[in-house]
Write a protein that binds this ligand. Structure first.
Ligand code: JFZ
Length: 459
């Protein structure tokens, strides 16, 4: 029987993070929601899909804003969006062959275009394109069939809706009237969310974005202030009422709000801020997720050919796992409905790597040894296997800081081997017998040499 102590941290972990305002009702996730969080952390790897009318242009998902396209001009693109080669079964197979356990697809991006057959606006794939099919329905059915979970990416920000007023930081050249009732816009957004949570079977969660459009950024002031009231809690409660296990995350780049179930880091590992997005976004006790692109853009971009190597992508995933985070890796499918071969090839290579090494990723948690120069550690949930991911293939051995600083190494006598490979030598302190280093094998995996330490309870 494991001892479990109800510290404030564990309570926070169970019942959500974020600081509630005095008048804000507490959020108590249901047991199913907590189970879903656990599933999410075990799943580790997902496919992000940015797909919409913008894909027709092939210049990324911000093209409407960047090219200063008025609504009328942008709407014309819908007549060209005819993805006759879209095959939901194939997309789900691609995700599965990469070892991915979930898919997060854009239901609506900032351009306001709905990728499903919405009843509250005809500005959607079923009603204003020659394709006419509800692609989210096709994908949801296929995900359920192939046992892959589905999240919707949904943009708060909307460059198309007439009531999105006051304007935020973006979308100033769309030709909309300089007036509007923001609450009407929010009613519309909630109605669309309700459609997504009621018509598509069990949804794993909603990945919000675009909150930052209305953020008031003033030095020294609370980064959570916005120009408008986003009524986020009302939207979150609606989602949890409709599907209590649906996990809510929001790419707002600040610490979690009450009502959220996971925390995300755009183009950064938790705790890093290489992008400038994550200054006010420190890892919380919620499940974590990092997302990244294969080249530069999220949505299909014809000229964006600077593809990351499989090794870079696997390192990203391993580095995320070592920091207790999932990895959501993006593809921007083409307007035809196909995923370009450069993406598919890379996904398959990652899948092969996971077939062999998946034990050290899936179902693990960030290891008790914090990230090191040589790599990171993960640990099985029962605490019996510690995985050292040696990402630097030039090293002959890795040395541990003193076991005093890493109590995990002190508590357990250990045996070590390469994952699915030979035993490796552990050096130990003559006096205390604590392990001090591991001699790495000559034959190395150039991507990640995974060393498994079997941990035994001290008798
Ligand atoms: C956002 C989206 O704008 C982008 O299109 C994509 O969907 C990505 C996953 O999320 O990216 C952002 C969000 C905010 C900023 C920059 C990129 N920002 O505030 O600078």
């Amino acid at each position: 029987m494991k001892h479990f102590c109800w510290t404030p941290v564990t309570l926070l972990a169970l019942f959500g993070a974020g600081v509630a305002k005095a008048d804000e009702p507490v959020y108590t996730p249901t047991p199913d929601n907590l189970k879903a969080r656990e599933w999410f952390q075990d799943a580790k790897f997902g496919l992000f899909i940015h797909w919409g009318v913008y894909s027709v242009v092939g210049d990324g998902e911000w093209v409407m804003n960047n090219m200063k396209m008025p609504i009328g001009e942008y709407e014309k693109l819908t007549s060209q969006f005819n993805p006759t080669k879209f095959d939901a079964a194939e997309w789900v197979r691609i995700a599965k062959s990469a070892g991915m356990k979930y898919i997060t697809i854009t239901s609506k991006h900032h351009d306001g275009f709905a990728m499903w057959d919405s009843k509250v606006s005809d500005y959607n794939i079923a009603k204003s394109t020659p394709y006419k099919k509800d692609v989210l329905k096709l994908l949801a059915d296929e995900c359920h069939k192939q046992n892959v979970k589905l999240f919707f990416y949904h943009s708060h920000l909307d460059w198309h809706h007439p009531e999105y007023y006051p304007r935020g930081q973006t979308g100033h050249n769309t030709g909309r009237a300089k007036s509007g009732d923001f609450n009407k816009y929010l009613d519309f957004m909630d109605a669309q969310i309700e459609e997504l949570l009621t018509g598509y079977g069990p949804i794993a969660g909603v990945w919000f974005d675009g909150w930052w459009d209305q953020q008031i950024k003033k030095k020294g002031e609370d980064p959570k202030q916005t120009k408008v009231d986003w009524r986020m809690r009302r939207t979150y409660d609606l989602i949890h009422k409709l599907q209590p296990a649906a996990l809510i995350g929001n790419n707002h780049h600040v610490s979690p709000f009450v009502g959220e179930d996971f925390q995300m880091f755009e183009k950064d590992l938790p705790g890093q801020n290489t992008t400038g997005f994550n200054e006010a976004n420190k890892p919380s006790v919620l499940p974590l997720e990092s997302c990244e692109t294969i080249s530069k853009a999220w949505g299909y971009n014809k000229t964006d050919k600077n593809y990351k190597t499989p090794k870079e992508l696997i390192h990203y995933m391993v580095n995320a796992a070592g920091r207790n985070a999932n990895f959501l890796l993006n593809v921007g499918p083409m307007p035809t409905g196909e995923i370009q071969p450069e993406f598919v090839e890379r996904l398959q290579t990652i899948g092969k790597w996971l077939e062999k090494n998946g034990e050290s990723i899936y179902g693990t948690r960030g290891g008790p040894i914090p990230p090191q120069k040589w790599g990171v550690s993960t640990i099985s949930k029962d605490g019996k296997k510690l995985y050292l991911h040696v990402l630097d293939a030039t090293l002959e051995k890795i040395e541990f800081a003193s076991a005093d600083k890493m109590p995990i190494l002190k508590r357990f006598p250990i045996t070590a081997s390469v994952l699915k490979g030979p035993v490796v030598k552990i050096c130990s302190d003559e006096l205390t017998l604590d392990p001090t280093c591991i001699i790495l094998p000559k034959q190395r995996d150039l991507i990640d040499t995974v060393i498994v330490l079997e941990l035994e309870e001290k008798k």
